[in-house]
Each structure stands twice: as structure tokens, then as C-alpha cells.
Design a protein around this ligand. Structure first.
Ligand SMILES: Cc1cc2nc3c(=O)[nH]c(=O)nc-3n(C[C@H](O)[C@H](O)[C@H](O)COP(=O)(O)O)c2cc1C
Length: 213
């Protein structure tokens, strides 16, 4: 079957994250974002593709901070309430009945009940028009990263997909199909990609293992 080129998005299972921000007047905002991508392995950068007409963008531009919250499938019912286009002065934590989780390094609160939280400071915004429509690539620098202790294994940095059940989605012509990911019990070390079998970045992980023990 040959598809319309724009449907590329629906063929890539996408994560569902909730981006929480706070306006310069102190009003908290949440929006679901799926076009979220980490930039290469050794960096602490994360990229979010955003339309321009987003309170999330306005808040990030003004405060230069945001939190990317990673929900499990049990939070699927929070997607639509936070995706609704509501006036700027509405606190979406209240609207979606979500509890604030104090952040460590940024003002914007995280969301209680997610399995991971990425507190970010704005790194850069790339802004352009494509076919006359403006869009943005918002680059954040992760300044504090946390995962629920119940799903994390500090011995090797793996985490339990069965417990976390990360919320994902695929698209069809009418909408979004929510799903999660399953382990297929196949593992390859990073070193397998290199001729000498050694991961040149292994030193980066050793520090964390030492602090966890
Ligand atoms: C599952 C899901 C994923 C979404 N992903 C994105 C995205 O990656 N980028 C974007 O600009 N909008 C995305 N949206 C749309 C925004 O969440 C929606 O427009 C929201 O109302 C924006 O809220 P805000 O104006 O408070 O920022 C997504 C919506 C849903 C339901």
C-alpha cells in the first residue's frame, strides 16, 4: 500500500509526554507532546517539535524552562483534558485533576504519577515556515532527571517496562491509538557496535553506578 507522504508520522510509534510549564504570571500549564526526541547519546539535549500557537511555547519562550513528564498507560485519560484549547489563564493541573510535583531546578512543577521527569532549561529555539506554516524546534538542556525508584534498576540503569508501561501512540486517519512497549528479551551492549567491542562512552555511566551503590 502506498500512503500519502504526510502520514509518515502515524507509522512511527511515538511517546506521549506531558510538558508542564508556568507562565510569567504564575499560571501552570500542561500539554501532551509526542514529537519529542533526545539528541544523540552523550548529550543532555532534548528537542521538541511544536506548532507556534501553543501556550507551552509562549511559556517556554518567556521563562526559558519546562518539564517533560513521562506518563504510563494509567494516565491515558489525562491526554484529552490537557490537549484541549483553553484560555491562557486556566490552570490545566486543576482542569485535568493532576497533582503538582515540586521540581528541583526549575519553577514549573512536574506531574505526580508519571514515571520520569526531565527538568529542562531552554537551550535554543529554531523557528521557520514550511509551506507557509510556522513551526518550531525547541531545544532543552536537561538540568535534572529523575525516575520513579519503583521502576529503576540502579545496578545497570535498566528500567521495568512492565511496571512503567510508557504511554505511546500510533495514528490512523481518524485519530490516535494509545499503546505501550513490550520487552522482547533481546539485549546487545553498546560496545557491540565497535570493532574493539568497547563502548567509548562507558565512562559516562560509571559515575552514576558509583553514586547509586
Ligand atoms: C497525544 C498528543 C500529542 C501531541 N503532540 C504535539 C506535538 O508534539 N507538538 C505540538 O505542537 N502539539 C502537539 N499536540 C497538540 C497539543 O497538545 C495541543 O494543541 C494543546 O492544546 C497545546 O496546549 P497549550 O496551548 O497549552 O500548549 C499533541 C496532542 C496530543 C493529544
Amino acid at each position: 500500500m502506498i500512503l500519502e507522504n504526510f502520514k509518515r508520522e502515524s507509522l512511527i510509534p511515538l511517546p506521549v509526554s506531558f510538558i508542564s510549564t508556568v507562565s510569567k504570571n504564575g499560571i501552570n500549564n500542561i500539554a501532551p507532546y509526542s514529537c519529542v526526541m533526545s539528541i544523540l547519546r552523550p548529550f543532555d539535549l532534548i528537542c521538541v517539535a511544536s506548532a507556534k500557537m501553543r501556550d507551552t511555547f509562549v511559556n517556554i519562550k518567556e521563562t526559558e524552562e519546562f518539564v517533560i513528564n513521562m506518563p504510563g498507560t494509567d494516565m491515558a485519560d489525562k491526554v484529552i483534558p490537557t490537549a484541549m484549547h483553553v484560555p491562557f489563564n486556566i490552570n490545566e493541573f486543576k482542569l485535568a485533576d493532576l497533582k503538582e510535583r515540586p521540581s528541583q531546578k526549575v519553577k514549573a512543577p512536574g506531574i505526580e504519577g508519571c514515571y520520569a521527569w526531565m527538568e529542562c532549561k531552554l537551550h535554543n529555539i529554531y523557528e521557520e515556515d514550511y509551506n507557509g506554516i510556522p513551526y518550531l524546534l525547541i531545544m532543552g538542556k536537561v538540568v535534572h532527571l529523575e525516575i520513579d525508584d519503583n521502576v529503576y534498576n540502579p545496578e545497570d540503569g535498566s528500567w521495568d517496562l512492565k511496571k512503567a508501561k510508557p504511554l505511546m501512540m500510533t495514528g490512523s486517519n481518524d485519530g490516535m491509538h494509545f499503546c505501550t512497549v513490550n520487552d522482547i528479551d533481546k539485549f546487545e551492549p553498546y560496545g557491540a557496535m565497535f570493532e574493539d567491542g568497547k563502548d567509548p562512552l562507558s565512562w559516562m555511566y560509571e559515575k552514576e553506578v558509583k553514586t547509586c551503590k
